[in-house]
Each structure stands twice: as C-alpha cells, then as structure tokens.
Design a protein around this ligand. Structure first.
Ligand SMILES: Nc1nc2c(ncn2[C@@H]2O[C@H](COP(=O)(O)OP(=O)(O)OP(=O)(O)O)[C@@H](O)[C@H]2O)c(=O)[nH]1
Length: 316
C-alpha cells in the first residue's frame, strides 16, 4: 500500500493476509460495511453523499487470516480540486489491493453512476471483483432478487466476471460474516500485517477530527457538508490531574469556506456548535477511553476546496 506500509508481525502456515477495498458511488454504504466487518467504528458515516475523504483502513482479525479493509471515497464526477484528489485516491487504491468489493445499494436501481465505476473496474483485469448488494434490510425479497439479476447483468454487459455476488445488510448484520468468509480465500498467503487487536492504522488525531466532522455534518444541508473540514491542533493530557482522574485537552478547528456559513455551524447563541462538541466529545471519550475537554473553534478557510495551499494545510 502507498502510505505507511506496516511491518510483518508474525507468521503462520496457511495464514492469509491482504487488502480489500470497497468501491461504489457515494452513499452506497461502504463506510458502514467497513465498520460492521471490523466490529467497531473506524470510518465515519452520514446520509450526505461523499462523506469519506480518507482511505481509512479497518482490520479484520481471524485465526486464519488478516483482512485489511481500505475505505475509499465515492467515485464521482469532480467539480473541484478536492473532487479530483478524491477520485485519484480511489484509482490508486484499486491498483494496489488484492480484491475489490463493488457496493451497490439494494434499494436503488443500478444507474449511470454504477456503470461509470463498473467500466473502470472492467479495465482492472487481474484483481478479483466481488459485487456486494448493500442495505438489503431496506428491500423485500422480490426487490432484492431483481437487484441481484441487475448486478449480474451489469457485469455481463461490461465483461466483468464477478467472483461472487453477495447481498448484505451492515445495519442488521445479515451476511456480513459470510462476506468476510468469501473475501479471505482471495487474499494471498502471508503473515499478519498488523498487531493483534489493532482495528485501524488511522492516527488518533485523524480519527478524532473525523468524529468531530461527523457530528458537524448532522443536519446541515446543500453545499455546507462539503465545506466542512476539521483539524485537531493538539491533544495533551492536562497537567496536575490526579492519576485516577486524567483529562485530555483537545484543541480542534472546524473550517468552513465562507463567513456566511459561520452562523449555521455555530447556531443561535452557539447552540449548534455546543451540540456538535458534546456529541463528538462522547464519541471521542469512547474511542480513547479517557475523559476529554474539547475546545472547538470555527474558522474560515476561504474556498479551501479549490485552493491547493489550503488543501495541503488541511491534510489533503
Ligand atoms: N438501512 C441501511 N442503511 C445503511 C446500510 N449501510 C449504510 N446505510 C446508510 O446509508 C448511508 C450512507 O452510508 P455510508 O456508509 O456513509 O456510505 P459510503 O458509501 O461510505 O458514502 P461516501 O462516504 O459518501 O462514499 C448512511 O446513512 C448509512 O446509515 C444498511 O445496511 N442498511
């Protein structure tokens, strides 16, 4: 993989290890499926399309295998420099993994967005491709059958031979373990890549920033979701606390693109920002296992999605 290739940590006969990635149009359920397979939240999710901006890795540990899941942003027609960068992340990831899972929601007919992705997948010859029909809890048996047939046809039309077509629901857990069972034999033989117990290699700072962004995304509309970026400036244990009552000070900036967006994020008398702070603090405390004091500020980074300098500053 491109970033931070992990060192092998052990070896075992007949053990498999490798990378799988989920692709699919925005909102197809890729992040939710990653979390369901890992058994813990490693990727933030929302009902706003194009939430994912990082290639988050979730790690599934099994006695006979280690499956590393790479969660990619939804491939889409780019309108900004950020959009182009996100699409590049997707294509680079596809070229590097051992198996690709193509996510198609059961509750939406296959459309031009899926065909666009499938065409690109057809060009990747060697990597096995599994079609994953997601969100099966939202449809009845008849609709599911129709979607399975449509997905099979999509593959045939474009010359893709699906290694498997698997219906799953990440929300009620249906067939999630079966999906892992099917993916594991597609990985190469090899030792574990990550230490036992590690569920992601995403740095804590990034995970914390993502949890704040997830809370900030709730209830915002139109263009605003895409305008929000979060950077955690520092996380430091508060000095002078008794050993049994630690407190972690977290300073984070929530960036938006225009001064006019400030009022929406902050809300009347700061109520919305307070809500975002409280909600994300609880999630951060659950993630880090320690009480947290979260100091959250809203700043304007003018048109950051289109400005290479600002993109770099915000970690893209
Ligand atoms: N009912 C149901 N909803 C689901 C399921 N999986 C995902 N969702 C919902 O679908 C929406 C999108 O899910 P995500 O996992 O964020 O989708 P994504 O493909 O990662 O989206 P991007 O980050 O935009 O690429 C969220 O509101 C999820 O709660 C599922 O199995 N069942």
């Amino acid at each position: 993989m491109s970033a931070r290739t992990p060192a092998p940590t052990g070896s075992q006969a007949d053990h498999r290890s490798g990378f799988a990635c989920f692709v699919g149009r925005p909102n197809a359920g890729k992040s939710t499926l990653t979390n369901a397979l890992v058994g813990q939240k490693v990727a933030i999710t929302s009902n706003r399309p194009q939430t994912t901006r990082h290639s988050v890795r979730g790690i599934v540990h099994r006695p006979e295998a280690q499956l590393v899941l790479v969660d990619t942003p939804g491939l889409h027609k780019p309108r900004t420099l950020l959009g182009e960068r996100l699409n590049d992340v997707v294509r680079t990831t596809w070229a590097e993994v051992d198996v690709i899972g193509f996510c198609l929601p059961a509750d939406q007919k296959t459309g031009p967005g899926d065909t666009f992705i499938a065409r690109e997948l057809a060009g990747i010859k060697k990597t096995p491709k599994v079609a994953i029909v997601t969100k099966t809890d939202l449809v009845d048996a008849k609709q599911l059958a129709a979607q399975l047939i449509a997905v099979d046809k999509l593959g045939r039309d474009l010359g893709i031979e699906w290694a498997e077509i698997v219906p799953v629901s990440a929300v009620d857990g249906t067939q999630v373990q079966l999906l892992a069972d099917l993916l594991v034999p597609m990985l190469p033989e090899g030792p574990a890549l990550y230490p036992e117990g590690d569920l992601t290699d995403e740095p804590e700072l990034v995970m914390v920033a993502e949890l704040i962004r997830e809370a900030a995304l709730e209830g915002v509309r139109d263009e605003l979701p895409h305008s929000i970026a979060v950077v955690v400036e520092e996380m430091i244990p508060r000095e002078g606390r008794p050993a049994d009552k630690p407190l972690l000070d977290i300073h984070a900036n929530l960036f938006i693109e225009r001064p006019s967006q400030k009022g929406i994020i902050i809300g009347p008398k700061g109520a919305r920002l307070k809500e975002v702070g409280t909600k994300s603090r609880h999630q951060i405390e659950a993630l880090l296992g320690t009480p947290v004091f979260l100091d959250l500020h809203v700043k304007v980074a003018k048109d950051w999605q289109r400005d290479p300098k600002q993109l770099r500053r915000l970690g893209f």
